[in-house]
Design a protein around this ligand. Structure first.
Ligand code: SAH
Ligand code: SF4
Ligand code: F3S
Length: 475
């Protein structure tokens, strides 16, 4: 909350927000509670952490869920249709709640709001939504909320694009041991299936100094691990004349942070230098998320991905040569328009060959406004579902074997939180990103511990602490 950073190109936004926050504080009675419902990627999760900090400044406490909330905020995602359907489903629930408690305020923001047809739909059929704003004016949330309260009518403000980077927004991070840090925003790649370039605008990078300062401040405050966020971290700094490898090297050397992760890396921009910097560092985690999307060069061209399978394999090979214990994960889409049985089998073959440590798999979802939505040869739903089933089986079989192989090994784990499995277990992650549980009486949240793996589950591990590397001093 007290984070001090520079403000870039933001004129009097800070002052406007302060005035709005003070006005809202003056209007709130009792101890109102706010609930944020977040959908989508880490970028959105981190945006919600910033929105939570603004709500706290305004005087709102945290609600347990919809039912006890006085203010409900939806931070939405539209990368696939099911994310949108979930938002509309929950808006229906809120309509119900508002019947018995008309004083509840409802706001909606995030990627879905950057699509004009969605905003039209909300204006027409969801009059009980009090405030609608987008991804490019998140920092103006207090001003917009104050306006909604004083005008007593639906306020809609969505900007088409954002070129500014707003520095200095506070964030209340969910877990004290870990923190998200944005490094670049937006995307210029225009993969033909993807809505993100339309919802998040053009690529723009924070300056290395602001990123380094934020990470150093987090480390000084007790954070042990940062996750550097960007739609394509490897294209960081192009407009500033610096590379992602330069940035991460500085973070490694200058901030005092114990662990560094990043996502997402785009295979077309991955450099050997980045892998070399990772290999030379004690703090950069041994994990590379490298979404391949398809194992067929033909489909990759149709997707506008900008690399071939040969180039992808060479990148993985180099990474494994230089960092033998590196965990490689990926994203794959099945049923892209025109994907043939042969293309799909090429994907299966690639998955077998690469032997991923984990993979996110998706059925292609048609997104209004993207080029692929207009392609004529859409794959039938039943074919897509069958391909997904086969792919998931293939991946799971490989992952299970990898987990078994880790039995008896020694891993370094950052203890993050109490495990959802049991109160007597903490959960944390290995350097490669695998979820691990450990007994609560052996360590504390925030510790980085060496553990010996004693149990392998399907997708996670369990171990016993054999050595503490850093004492936990938080929570
Ligand atoms: N910037 C990241 C990913 C952002 S979206 C990257 O390029 O890797 C996360 C994942 O969602 C993508 O990697 C892709 O696998 C999936 N995805 C994006 N659009 C999709 C769509 N229309 N249908 C199905 N999956 C999609
Ligand atoms: Fe979407 Fe492609 Fe950009 Fe990733 S790189 S956000 S998949 S357009
Ligand atoms: Fe979704 Fe927006 Fe992230 S569309 S995946 S929340 S950038």
């Amino acid at each position: 909350m007290n984070q001090v950073s520079e403000f870039v190109n933001m004129g009097d936004f800070y002052e406007r927000n302060e005035v709005a926050i003070a006005k809202i504080r003056g209007q709130l009675f009792g101890a109102p509670l706010a609930h944020i419902e977040t959908y989508g990627c880490q970028m959105n999760e981190h945006d919600s952490e910033k929105l939570r900090a603004m709500l706290t400044d305004m005087g709102y406490g945290t609600a347990e869920g919809f039912e006890d909330a006085d203010f409900i905020l939806f931070n939405t995602c539209c990368v696939r249709e099911n994310a949108e359907l979930r938002v509309f489903g929950n808006l229906g629930r809120v309509k119900h709640l508002k019947k018995s408690r008309p004083d509840i305020m409802v706001a909606i923001c995030g990627c879905m709001m950057q699509q004009p047809h969605i905003v039209e739909e909300l204006k027409k059929n969801y009059p009980y939504v009090d405030l609608i704003f987008g991804t490019h004016n998140l920092h103006d949330f207090p001003v917009l909320l104050e306006r909604t309260m004083s005008e007593q009518k639906q306020v809609v403000e969505v900007l088409k694009d954002g070129s500014e980077i707003v520095e200095g927004l506070p964030a209340i991070r969910e877990r004290s041991a870990k923190g998200y840090v944005n490094i670049n925003y937006g995307c210029n790649n225009f993969c033909t299936y993807c809505i993100v370039p339309y919802t998040r605008g053009r690529e723009r990078s924070r300056t290395p100094d602001s990123v380094v300062a934020e990470v150093a401040a987090l480390a000084a405050g007790g954070t042990k691990e940062v996750m550097l966020l960007g739609q394509n971290v490897n294209s960081y700094g192009k407009e500033l004349g610096v590379s992602f490898a330069d940035l991460i090297e500085r973070i490694d050397k200058e901030t005092g942070i114990q662990r560094i992760r990043f996502m997402t890396s785009h295979p077309k921009d991955i450099s050997e230098r980045l892998i070399d910097v990772m290999a030379a560092s004690k703090h950069i985690c041994r994990q590379l998320h490298l979404p391949v999307q398809s194992g067929s060069d033909r489909v990759l061209r149709l997707m506008n991905r900008g690399y071939s399978i040969a180039k992808y394999k060479a990148a993985v090979e180099y990474a494994r040569k230089v960092i033998p214990d590196i965990a490689i994960s990926t994203d794959i889409i099945v049923g892209f328009p025109g994907e043939t049985q042969q293309d799909f089998e090429d994907t299966l073959a690639l998955v077998r060959e690469i032997d991923y440590d984990s993979a996110y798999t998706y059925i292609y979802s048609r997104r209004t406004g993207t080029p692929a939505a207009e392609f004529s040869n859409q794959v039938p739903e039943d074919v897509k579902s069958e391909r997904l089933r086969q792919l998931v089986d293939e991946i799971n079989a490989g992952v299970k074997l990898k987990m078994q192989k880790m039995l008896g090994s020694v891993q370094e784990v950052l203890v993050e939180a109490v495990s959802k499995r049991s109160e007597s277990l903490f959960m944390g992650r290995t350097s490669g990103g695998i979820t691990c549980t450990v007994p609560v009486n052996e360590c504390s949240i925030g510790d980085i511990v060496k553990i010996k793996i004693t149990k392998a589950r399907h997708f996670s591990l369990h171990g016993e602490v054999i050595d503490k590397i850093i004492e936990g001093d938080m929570v």
